[in-house]
Design a protein around this ligand. Sequence first.
Ligand SMILES: [Zn+2]
Length: 282
Amino acid sequence: MPERPFTDWHTHIYLPEHLGPVWTDRGTELVGRPGFGRADLAEHTRVMAESGVERFLVLGLQVARIGMKVPNDYVGEYLDANRERAIGVGSVDPTQPGAADELRRAVREYGLHGVKLSPPYQGFHPHCDEAYEVYRAAADLGIFLMFHQASVFAPDGCNEYAYPMFLDKVAREFRDTNILVAHFGKPWMNETVELMMKNRNVFADVSTLPVKTWQLYNGLRLAIEGHVTDRLVFGSDFPSFCPKESADQFLAISELDMPLPIPHDVVEDILYNRPLDIILPK
Ligand SMILES: [Zn+2]
């Protein structure tokens, strides 16, 4: 158990009916239940408290091509109930008409802080016109962009759109908009670190890497050598992983017996010293 309360930068909420048939079947096939576990509001609240999570980022996700739709209102209402300890990230699918309008509505209604996009799941190239319409809306609204810019395991996912370096153009052209890359851009942590080195508006979360020792070790070494650990944040990807166990696995990487170790103070710093407002506009 982590010694102190910490912040979890990657947590989902949803009801089973938000997931759509593909995810429901796939989750059942993989883990014996729809999705990756229960993530309704009561369960989220319970697990965060039990895990010692003091603050969290709460995420929606909408993927039209597989019928997944976590409503922005569901995220917004939970954010309202946790205003002093959460930031809220809605989602729109740029492949769908009206995506930018829905983003404007949800942000104005609930004060959401960011929008989550997933090129490999939603099936769009990060440079396409439809995506740029959403980026421009986010820039006007003063919210950050969060990308699942990392490989996906789902057989119908589009890994050709997952490459993190596609975001260099977005980071350059939207200098005042912060970008949070989920899952450290895995398996392209090297590219993600290069992206972060040249773009101060790019951050990354380490969610899902704690169970992949080699990816986490390499990613952290690259981040240390690239001097970007100050923009790395911890995330569990609840409910796929339990925040407490994930934080324990994350801290344990510093105990790996390697000629070039990961210093313990680096992982502690990432886990405990990343206030949520570093991603918000100054
Ligand atoms: Zn996630």
